[in-house]
Design a binder for this molecule. Sequence first.
Ligand code: UFG
Length: 344
Amino acid sequence: MKKRILVTGGTGYIGSHTVVELQNSGYEVIIVDNLSNSRADVVDNIEQITGERPAFEKVDCLDYAGLDGVFAKYPGIEGIIHFAASKAVGESVQKPLLYYRNNLVSLINILELMPKHGVKGIIFSSSCTVYGQPDILPVTEQAPIKKAESPYGNTKQVNEEIIRDTIASGSPIHAILLRYFNPIGAHPTALIGELPNGVPQNLIPYLTQTAIGIREKLSVFGDDYDTPDGSCIRDYIYVVDLAKAHVVAMNRILEDKQKDKVEVFNIGTGRGVSVLELINKFEEATGVKLNYQITGRRAGDIEKVWADPTYANTELGWKAGTSIEDTLRSAWKWQLKLRENGIM
Ligand code: UFG
């Protein structure tokens, strides 16, 4: 019998790619999503990729009774991957209570329901944002947690602590906290990808929307940072590689391979790429010219951060293998597909 995994936020960007990889690895997936930032037809597209339709329940993770009902309807769920969360840094500054309610209460509901329904493990979507500007690069999991730059970032830090405190108090559950660096790109089929609401805040959707003519110009936020070309440096990881990290992490929990009941892994490539380098690589990889201009710095931006993924490489046996060129080509293919389908 296939093992059942609940994926909250499973129609979202990282969630949908992870559902595909879970199904490809032999798991049965139940998606819970309130569709606040995703479309229901993602489920059809997942089915088209894998040949298997994941169960889908339109439930908000703030709804304790609704979630309880999902566990009752699908008995024997062994693991949860919890993606469902609000994730716009700027919006979180404007609406902190919305972010604290959504991101904290959802997790609390799940942690309360896990022992009740005998769910063994949870994988939590954390972020390299917990490191702030690290003193040492590449950054390892041992780096100190810095004061969060935004309510969004703070919810990631507090959620990590909520999980640790819950397990320390004797809850029988197991957890893996994955600290993502910057996920980009789309599935090679271009059937699923990132679909931002409104004007994109993140670099790659803004870049591909500029390349296709939806936006006039990409703004490069600052070229006076202390980096070789003056623009900020990030660790851009292909979303399918990131999705696969969730599968190995889930296997690790369910096969009792953990060293501690709570483990933390950096999920990045180990490679730092500047904004200007990324623009060049995009132009080279796709042959498309990009209209861009250097503007002032964006408030709250980290100057440079990239992962030391050694622990994930050795302990999880996982490595981000896709080149940045292939990753950027997948993002472009996805943008072209959105145009072809009349979505954007
Ligand atoms: N950038 C531009 N122009 C744009 C958008 C972004 O130059 O139009 C630059 C940013 O200044 C930054 C880089 O591109 O240097 C990446 O910016 P993103 O907004 O794509 O990503 P961030 O690194 O700022 O944020 C991401 C996630 C957050 C997460 C954070 C952790 O969006 O959810 O990583 O560091 F918290």
